[in-house]
Design a protein around this ligand. Structure first.
Ligand code: SF4
Length: 380
C-alpha cells in the first residue's frame, strides 16, 4: 500500500512509472537535450500554463533568445512581446534580471547548485529543484499540482491539499519514492502521469501504470480525492476603455513601470465606479488619463477575459479625437504613441486590450478608425 510503502513497493512503483514514462512522454522541445537554459525557460513559462501552450511560446522564445546572454541584452519591450499572452509579466522581467546575473557571475551558464540558483530573481525552491533534477539529474523531489493530486489518490489522503500537514505528508512520500539514480525521468514521469492519466476529472485508471499501488482505487474513493475544498469565489470586474483615433492612427499608452502590467501598452480606460454605465466610465477615464474630452463614443466590442479567479468584462468604445484637442496630459502612463492598426502588433498588451487590437487589425482594411461602429461580444 502506497500510504506507507516498504522497499519492495517503492522499487515496483518506480519500475512501472519509468517504463510508462519512456513509452508515453510527450516530445516537448526542451526534452531533446535537457539543456539547462532551456529547462529553466520552460519551467518559468510552465507556471500556471498548459504544456502544449508552453511548447509554442518556448519555440518562439528560443528563436529570439537562444541563451542567457541574448536575454541579458534584449530590449524589455522585445521580451514582453515574446511573453505576450502568457500573463504574469513579472516572470519575463525576472528572467532578464536573472540572465544578467548569470552573465555577470556564471559566464552565462545555469549553475548546478541550489544556493546559487536561489540567489537568482524568479527562482524559488520549486524551480531550483526542477532545474537541478530535470537539467542536471540531481535527486530533488518535485511536487507540482499534478503530483499533489496523484499522491492524494495514491495514498488516499482525506485532508485538504492546502493544509500544511497534508503538504508535509505528500513531500515525505515524494522523497520516499524518488529514484535516486533517475530523478529526471522519475519526476517528469510523475508530472506526466498526473497530467495525462490521473487527471482532475475522470482519471483513466485502467491505463494507469501504478494502479496496483493506488489506495483510492482499492477503496473506491478516487472521485473524492483530492478532498474538494470550497472553491474560490469568482470575482467579476467590469471595465471600459476608449480607442481614440485620428485618421488611420490609434492612441495607445504605456502603463507605469510599477503597475500590475507595468510596461505593457493599452487603450485609456479603467474600472466602472458604482452605478456608472460603461459609456460614462469610458468618457470619465479618457478625461482622467489624458485630459481629453470626447463627446461621441461609439460601442466597438465587449471582451470577456478570465484572469486567475477574476472575470473581466471590458467594454470598448471608439471615438475620433478632434484635431484641436492638443497633447495628452498623461496621468496613468509613462508615454504614449499614435500608431496604425498594423503597428499595434509590435506592442505588448495585456489580454483584453490585445484582443481589441486584434479586432481592429482584422476589421480595418483600408478604413479609418471611425468606420468601426459594430458592437460585438467575444470571449477569451
Ligand atoms: Fe490516479 Fe487512477 Fe492511477 Fe489511482 S489508479 S493513481 S486514481 S489514475
Amino acid at each position: 500500500m502506497l500510504a506507507n510503502p516498504d522497499q519492495a513497493t517503492v522499487l515496483d512503483f518506480q519500475r512501472h512509472l519509468h517504463r510508462w514514462f519512456a513509452a508515453n512522454h510527450r516530445p516537448l522541445p526542451w526534452r531533446s537535450s535537457y539543456e539547462p537554459y532551456q529547462v529553466w525557460i520552460a519551467e518559468i513559462m510552465g507556471q500556471q500554463t498548459q504544456m502544449e501552450r508552453v511548447a509554442e511560446y518556448f519555440r518562439r522564445w528560443l528563436d529570439r533568445f537562444p541563451d542567457a546572454a541574448a536575454v541579458a541584452v534584449a530590449p524589455e519591450q522585445a521580451l514582453l512581446k515574446a511573453w505576450e499572452g502568457l500573463g504574469y509579466y513579472s516572470r519575463a522581467r525576472n528572467i532578464q534580471r536573472a540572465a544578467r546575473l548569470l552573465v555577470e557571475r556564471h559566464h552565462g551558464q545555469i549553475p548546478a547548485d541550489r544556493d546559487q540558483l536561489l540567489a537568482l530573481p524568479g527562482i524559488g525552491p520549486y524551480t531550483a529543484a526542477a532545474i537541478l533534477s530535470i537539467a542536471f539529474n540531481q535527486p530533488w523531489p518535485l511536487v507540482d499540482a499534478n503530483v499533489e493530486r496523484l499522491f492524494a489518490r495514491l495514498a488516499d489522503i482525506d485532508r485538504p491539499l492546502k493544509e500544511t500537514a497534508t503538504r508535509k505528508r505528500i513531500h515525505a512520500l515524494a522523497e520516499t519514492l524518488l529514484h535516486r539514480d533517475l530523478p529526471r525521468d522519475h519526476n517528469q514521469g510523475l508530472m506526466e502521469l498526473g497530467a495525462l492519466v490521473c487527471t482532475p476529472r475522470r482519471p483513466d485508471c485502467p491505463a494507469c501504470p501504478v494502479q496496483a499501488h493506488c489506495t483510492a482505487l482499492r477503496r473506491d474513493t478516487v472521485e473524492f480525492r483530492p478532498l474538494p475544498t470550497a472553491r474560490d469565489k469568482r470575482i467579476d470586474i467590469v471595465m471600459a476603455c476608449v480607442i481614440l483615433c485620428r485618421g488611420d492612427r490609434f492612441f495607445i499608452q504605456q502603463r507605469l513601470a510599477d503597475d500590475i502590467w507595468g510596461g505593457l501598452w493599452e487603450f485609456p480606460g479603467g474600472r466602472l465606479e458604482e452605478n456608472e454605465t460603461p459609456l460614462a466610465a469610458a468618457r470619465r477615464e479618457v478625461v482622467e488619463e489624458t485630459g481629453w474630452q470626447v463627446e461621441r463614443l461609439e460601442p466597438l466590442d465587449t471582451v470577456i477575459h478570465h484572469y486567475t479567479r477574476y472575470r473581466v468584462t471590458l467594454h470598448a468604445f471608439i471615438a475620433a479625437l478632434p484635431a484641436d484637442a492638443g497633447a495628452a496630459r498623461l496621468t496613468a502612463a509613462q508615454q504614449s504613441a499614435w500608431v496604425t492598426a498594423a503597428q499595434l502588433a509590435d506592442y505588448p498588451f495585456p489580454a483584453g486590450h490585445r484582443r481589441l487590437a486584434q479586432h481592429l487589425r482584422r476589421q480595418l482594411s483600408g478604413k479609418t478608425g471611425t468606420a468601426l461602429t459594430a458592437k460585438k461580444t467575444s470571449r477569451s
